[in-house]
Design a protein around this ligand. Structure first.
Ligand code: HEC
Ligand code: HEC
Ligand code: HEC
Ligand code: HEC
Ligand code: HEC
Ligand code: HEC
Ligand code: HEC
Ligand code: HEC
Ligand code: HEC
Length: 412
């Protein structure tokens, strides 16, 4: 049994080496160098560079036909060894920044990664000699580099938070920079993290959606301020036209994160608007227009939510009695749409805008509720009708029976 296992392992290894090597001495020799090197070869099997027909020497240089270590890895044969972190961007950029070379493989692949990287905080610090930051192979993991769309890739959206968190959740590494280490935890519990990591909703952002892949500019308020609007465009439009927009711009408040935070974004309820515990109170004292606006919007939205909930209850009651509720459901959908629009309209910070959509929702909800209640009433009438007709039929049967009896006895 044991022997057979080892034989199979040996066979698998031999097939792997055969498929990688094709007379490549780099592979043949490194395959004999122990577990670490076998791991490189195993990982490389799925690497995009291997899929593109490249091999060890394409990155590391050297002579893949030479069987002895000295001449295979001779610097005069172009051997450049493994790059230090500082050398990494040029090591990868040798190909990835060369449009002519890259075009011959994949014309649609951008060739700006190295350029953009040096505009990021990571890149600027690397240039200044800081080896703690992320360079290409920290995010892309040498020897198992895969395109982002591959679920096994370290830069697949679902894996990005772990890839970044590897460093950003490390308190020892981050202490020198006075940066918090809670981004991964907070993000994972946020609406976005749950949507992407638990529900697999690819419309939700990962770290790099907000921070960029290569041009990860430091998230100053100016540069990352518009990132939420990429997806929540209507919210941003409302805000920009709101009475707060100008004052917030001069004060450099983040137009979204000030109320919603940036990593631990939760599902907001009307509690966010409510008097003493809400977010408006942070800047508006109780007797100001800002505070009163918040309270008025909360009242309106609470009313809409309640009426929508009641509608749902009425429709359920009609459905349970087997009634056709198609019309009521259509109206209820319209009510829900109005509720969503009213919630988004909060960002106009004008009561009228919220009211406009809220009233549409209330009207639709009222009609839906009436339709559902009518259906329940109709069900009752039908039951009474059914009862009466059953009684009538029974009475008729009895009458007929008596009549037959009567006829029979008169015959006798
Ligand atoms: C006959 C054996 C042999 C051949 C052929 C060979 N190597 Fe090596 N290689 C070695 C040994 C031994 C080391 C040193 C390992 C160590 O230090 O742990 C090494 C080290 C390396 C390293 C790490 C160097 C560093 O800076 O840490 C790289 C990269 C490398 N080889 C790539 C190649 C490439 C590419 C080829 C083919 C062009 C090749 N090797 C051919 C035996 C070989
Ligand atoms: C796409 C470019 C690329 C290809 C192709 C590639 N390597 Fe590497 N290799 C690297 C990088 C980058 C590093 C440095 C990794 C680091 O520092 O995290 C490295 C490091 C190494 C090292 C040093 C030990 C280590 O893991 O850091 C060895 C040995 C090595 N490579 C061997 C190989 C062999 C053998 C092949 C072919 C099967 C190969 N490489 C193919 C990019 C490549
Ligand atoms: C010898 C040239 C060369 C070097 C050096 C090189 N690459 Fe590549 N890389 C390629 C080619 C060719 C492709 C395949 C393009 C294609 O066919 O899609 C590729 C593909 C990729 C992809 C997948 C792109 C996609 O989404 O389709 C990533 C990511 C990548 N390389 C990262 C790196 C990193 C990180 C390094 C340095 C550690 C590196 N490369 C070094 C040539 C190179
Ligand atoms: C901070 C992490 C990080 C660093 C550092 C990094 N990348 Fe990337 N890279 C990513 C992410 C994330 C993606 C995936 C983007 C997506 O989802 O399409 C990516 C995508 C790519 C691609 C695919 C084409 C593209 O531009 O989207 C290539 C090629 C690439 N990176 C090469 C490099 C090279 C070369 C370097 C070093 C100069 C580098 N990367 C540094 C995170 C990083
Ligand atoms: C190899 C470790 C490492 C990895 C992986 C890494 N980072 Fe970083 N990052 C750092 C270090 C160290 C700094 C501190 C430099 C500084 O002070 O700005 C930093 C800085 C940053 C900053 C600037 C913070 C500020 O306010 O100065 C952002 C944003 C950032 N990283 C985002 C990311 C994202 C997004 C990813 C994943 C796609 C990522 N990082 C992957 C090490 C890493
Ligand atoms: C929805 C967008 C978004 C996502 C997703 C996101 N960030 Fe951020 N991040 C921000 C914003 C906005 C700021 C800037 C806050 C500021 O300027 O005060 C920020 C700030 C940062 C900082 C600076 C220090 C800090 O915590 O304020 C780091 C580091 C960082 N993010 C890393 C990450 C990592 C790692 C992930 C993934 C686990 C991530 N971010 C996901 C929007 C996002
Ligand atoms: C890549 C697109 C994208 C970006 C960028 C983005 N979001 Fe989201 N956001 C979503 C998606 C998708 C959902 C819905 C998640 C779900 O299914 O619950 C969502 C949900 C939300 C919710 C909860 C809505 C609710 O009704 O529960 C809030 C609040 C939110 N985002 C705020 C923000 C803020 C603030 C930013 C910027 C810091 C931001 N988003 C950036 C896509 C994005
Ligand atoms: C002054 C505080 C404040 C600011 C600034 C703010 N919001 Fe909101 N946001 C709220 C409140 C309050 C709600 C909850 C309304 C409710 O009761 O449902 C909300 C709800 C949301 C929702 C869920 C409702 C919907 O529209 O789907 C999203 C998404 C959202 N905000 C995104 C954003 C984005 C993006 C920005 C920046 C352009 C932003 N918010 C700016 C207070 C704010
Ligand atoms: C971070 C601080 C901050 C928060 C939080 C905030 N506001 Fe404001 N708001 C301002 C500033 C600054 C102005 C500009 C006028 C001023 O200086 O008072 C303003 C102006 C307004 C105005 C215009 C009327 C006026 O007084 O000039 C309304 C309405 C308003 N805010 C509503 C709200 C509502 C509703 C909330 C809660 C959902 C809220 N604000 C949360 C800072 C804030």
């Amino acid at each position: 049994m044991r022997q057979r296992f080892f034989f199979l392992c040996f066979l698998a290894q031999a097939v792997l080496i055969q498929s990688l090597s094709a007379q490549n001495q780099c592979v043949l020799c490194h395959a004999t160098m122990g577990e670490d090197h076998e791991a490189i070869l195993r990982a490389f099997e799925g690497d995009i560079h291997r899929q593109a027909g490249l091999s060890c020497h394409s990155c590391h240089g050297g002579d893949p036909e030479a069987a002895d270590a000295g001449s295979a890895m001779d610097p005069s044969a172009g051997f450049r060894g493994a790059p230090s972190k500082k050398e990494m961007p040029q090591f990868c950029g040798r190909c990835h920044s060369d449009p002519k070379y890259m075009k011959s493989f994949n014309p649609s692949l951008p060739v700006d990664q190295e350029l953009k990287y040096f505009t990021s905080n990571h890149g600027k610090r690397l240039k200044a000699g800081d080896a703690n930051v992320a360079a290409c192979a920290d995010c892309h993991v040498a020897h198992s580099i895969r395109p982002a769309k591959d679920p096994l890739s370290s830069v697949h959206p679902k894996n990005v938070p772990q890839t970044c968190g590897h460093c950003h959740s490390d308190p020892v590494l981050m202490s020198a920079y006075h940066l918090p280490t809670d981004q991964l935890t907070k993000y994972s519990e946020s609406v976005h993290g749950k949507a992407l990591l638990e529900k697999g909703d690819s419309a939700a952002p990962a770290c790099n959606t907000c921070h960029g892949n290569h041009g990860a500019v430091p998230p100053g308020v100016e540069n990352i301020a518009h990132v939420c609007g990429m997806c929540h465009a209507q919210n941003e439009e409302y805000f920009k036209a709101s009475p707060m927009a100008k004052a917030w711009e001069t004060r450099k408040y983040h137009i979204c994160a000030t109320c919603h935070n940036h990593h631990d974004i939760r599902h907001p309820t009307t509690e966010v608007l409510s008097g003493e515990t809400g977010v408006c109170k942070k800047c508006h004292s109780s007797d100001t227009a800002g505070f009163k606006t918040g309270t008025a919007m909360k009242e309106k939205l609470d009313q809409v939510e309640e009426s929508y909930r009641e509608t749902g209850g009425a429709i359920l009651a009609a459905e349970e009695r087997g009634m056709d509720v198609t019309d009521a459901k259509d109206l209820s959908d319209a009510a829900r749409m109005g509720l969503y629009q009213a919630r988004t309209a909060v960002h106009s910070f004008r009561v009228e805008t919220v009211t406009e959509f809220a009233d549409k929702s209330l009207e639709a909800a009222a009609k839906a509720k009436k339709a559902a209640l009518d259906a329940v009433r109709e069900f009752r009438w039908r039951r009474i009708g059914l009862g009466i007709s059953t009684l009538l039929i029974t009475a008729l049967i009895i009458l007929i029976y008596l009549k037959i009896k009567d006829l029979e006895s008169s015959k006798k």
